[in-house]
Design a protein around this ligand. Structure first.
Ligand code: SAM
Length: 481
């Protein structure tokens, strides 16, 4: 199951092959969404040219970096605890420097650098190319900070180093920032305004991954359907673009097609789709190309029109149902997953029931569900009292998760008896004698290894299921190998 926030990888240290000329050691830990993990690969790439090899042994590091997440309070609390730990280690290793990267940078720079003095360097998500200068500053004994958000930085010219990779699946960033201004969400403040990356650099990265043996890419962005390349710059400034720029602009459907055609044997996924921006063209492009997977992550957050409005989600429940109907009509086999928030300010039992009934209508394949966490600086924090008691938020969340599990099982049962193409990613977490891979719908499939290998496309007959996993047996290679 692909997760927006994958709890099992939170805090993963990332290591890559060492470059022989490098003499210093970098320890980098990442938290939050896939975009953050993808950013750590950019940071490692920049620092490998500055004399740093990565290590997963904290005590031997010259530089410790934490790529942080601010999306919920819990994520920030976890990072704070790690910083305390690093600070304790640093007391015994005076040469060690500690830096904070990513979403917590802007909001907490003064607190971390000046008040608490537990870090040497704070770097925002658009300032990674400045790392060589910032590291020189800290080497010379000064604190260093750069949290400036950019209008055009997309790191399109930095070839990310794939860290702890399975060599089969990779993430490719296509947009940065977000313009949606959902009232609960801190992303527009921490990662800046939305900008898209040059499609030619995206295709070049995908081609390079294919050459290196990768078989699947996930195009990443906070709101991929809003992708718009017109020569660079902020999405909101598209209006000011020249006629020629407008006429030659590439939207998300266009980009998807370019990537699908560039590597017809490579699986293409994307995440995340905001319902208000997903077009029929995107769904039709998915239908047109076999290598675009039948899976859409389509967060809705609430089933109540009143709450959707208060969240500034720019669609209604009815419009969402229309979109689901179009997806089901054009892509009958498409899996759909959700993000849901329980206990948004003012949410009544009636609103909560609307969420459950919306879920009952869609019967999502997967879901990522959270209790509302007030984030400083967001519109909701400024305008609305966080008035739903914690136990009510938790109880509603429990009901949402229970219903999702029921629907997950209903969906996995629909695969029983079918033969499905699976891309092998590695050994099953629970058994060394089983492979783990995914079908087009992104459901995890587990089956006996026999003589197959990581990276093979295999036809698997599905015999059993749980609410999140399919269990089967391989019956041969698919034509895709
Ligand atoms: N850009 C995507 C969108 O708008 O649908 C996803 C953004 S976020 C990285 C992933 C998920 O975290 C959101 O879809 C939402 O469900 C959840 N989230 C964001 N802010 C939250 C908050 N303040 N409290 C609880 N959950 C939150």
């Amino acid at each position: 199951m692909e997760k927006v926030i994958d709890e099992s990888v939170q805090g993963n240290t990332l290591t890559l092959e060492s470059n022989q000329g490098n003499t210093r050691k970098l320890y980098i830990e990442s938290y939050g969404c896939q975009m953050n993990f993808s950013d750590s690969e950019i940071v490692a790439s920049i620092l490998s040219k500055q004399g740093f090899n990565t290590t997963n042994v904290l005590e031997e590091a010259d530089l410790v970096l934490v790529n942080t997440c601010s999306i919920r309070e819990k994520a920030e609390t976890t990072v704070r605890k790690r910083l305390e730990k690093f600070n304790a280690v640093k007391k015994t290793k005076p040469h060690m420097k500690v830096g904070v990267l990513g979403c917590m940078a802007e909001r907490l720079k003064d607190k971390l650098l000046e008040e608490e003095k537990i870090v040497d360097m704070v770097v925002g998500p658009d300032a990674y190319k400045d790392l060589p200068n910032l590291i020189q500053e800290i080497d010379e004994g000064r604190n260093a900070v750069n949290v400036i958000l950019s209008k055009d930085e997309t790191y399109g010219d930095v070839a990310p180093v794939r860290l702890n990779s399975n060599g089969v699946t990779a993430f490719v960033s296509i947009t940065r920032g977000c313009d949606n201004m959902c009232t609960f969400c801190v992303v527009p403040f921490t990662r800046g305004r939305e900008r898209s990356r040059d499609p030619l650099s995206i295709v070049a990265e995908v081609n390079d991954l294919w050459k290196k043996g990768f078989k699947e890419v996930t195009l990443l962005g906070q709101n991929v359907d809003s992708y718009l390349w017109y020569g660079g710059g902020l999405k909101k400034e598209f209006e000011k673009a020249s006629e020629i720029q407008k006429a030659t602009a590439v939207n998300f459907a266009g980009l998807l097609e370019m990537v699908a055609l560039a590597q017809p044997k490579m699986r293409i996924r994307f995440s995340t789709s905001n319902p208000q921006d997903m077009t029929l063209d995107v769904i039709k492009t998915m239908a047109k190309h076999d290598n675009i997977c039948n899976y859409i992550h389509l967060p809705v957050q609430s089933g109540s029109n009143r709450i959707l409005k208060a969240m500034n989600r720019l669609h209604t429940r009815e419009e969402y149902f229309d979109l689901i109907a179009n997806i089901r009509r054009i892509l009958p086999d498409c899996a759909i997953s959700q993000d849901m928030i329980s206990g948004f300010p003012t949410e009544t039992e009636e609103d909560h029931k609307d969420t459950l009934s919306l879920m009952e209508y869609v019967k999502y394949d997967f879901g990522f569900m959270f209790a509302y966490s007030e984030r400083p600086g967001t519109l909701a924090a400024r305008k609305l009292k966080d008035d739903i008691p914690e136990e009510t938020k938790k109880r509603r969340l429990r009901e949402i998760i229970d219903l999702q599990q029921k629907h997950g099982l209903y969906r996995t049962q629909q695969h029983l008896g079918k033969i499905e193409e699976v891309l092998i990613e590695g050994s099953s977490k629970k058994s060394e004698v089983h492979w783990m891979g995914r079908n087009s719908q992104n459901t995890v499939v587990v089956f006996p290894k026999e003589n197959y290998h990581v990276g093979d496309f295999v036809n698997v007959k599905i015999n059993e299921c749980t609410s999140a996993t399919l269990i089967g047996e391989a019956i041969g290679y698919t034509a895709n190998n």
